[in-house]
Ligand binder design. Sequence first.
Ligand code: ADP
Ligand code: MG
Length: 257
Amino acid sequence: MRTVVVQTEQQEAAKPIPVVAGAGISRTYGSGDTAVHALRDVSVEVMSGKLTAVMGPSGSGKSTLMHIFAGLDKPTEGDVWISGTALGELNDTQLTKLRREHIGFIFQFFNLLPMLSAKENIVLPLSIAGEKAEPAWLEQLTTTVGLQDRLSHRPSELSGGQQQRVAIARALVSKPTVMFADEPTGNLDSRTGAEILALLRESVDGYGQTTVMVTHDPHAAAIADRILFLADGQIVKDVGPSTTHEILAALEEVAAS
Ligand code: ADP
Ligand code: MG
């Protein structure tokens, strides 16, 4: 009898905590007749070490969801947990600390600081916190993203693909619990985009980097372990690895519903 109880407790303890959990998330902009319901009662969990893609028509709430998950915006209702910590219960200082330690973010338009070199941009999250990058990790990271000989260049001296590599390295330098990417290839030509995607996939497979990526590109979503489809502020479909063909069919289905 006792053995059974112990086993149950062990199973409870072993139950993995989601890296990201959202419960009943709504986000409304404005109020009254002109209110926009960007997210409507979204609940979802993301487990460790996976690449999740988020797809859906323009205006369906993808960016809003990424920003709320990453603590860059607050839900009107509901809450987000990062590794079990409820963001809604944190004050601004605590939230900033949690974001610094747990969250990486990659934007469509790179968002690098123009007056800093590539290397200074990469280590910026650590510099702000008064920390230094582990030299071996920084070396490995810059090699992985292929920037060893570009580290002293400013963003204006780099191509779009190189700038996004800097942004990826910056997001990974603090080994975040989860990395969010909002259309990371949206501003790149298809070949460069494919290289960036390969890099993201590599960080999932090589470092176990949990990643959530918004994309409108079925080829990009085809490298994901899971695909969430948003429509009109709700998750309307949640599928495992899919082919480009299956993703196109799902997008049509979502658009028609
Ligand atoms: P997506 O990234 O899927 O294109 P967004 O999350 O950016 O969609 O936007 C979802 C909805 O919320 C859209 O209708 C958009 O116009 C609206 N929205 C987004 N940000 C704001 C804002 N700051 N003020 C008002 N409406 C907004
Ligand atoms: Mg968007």
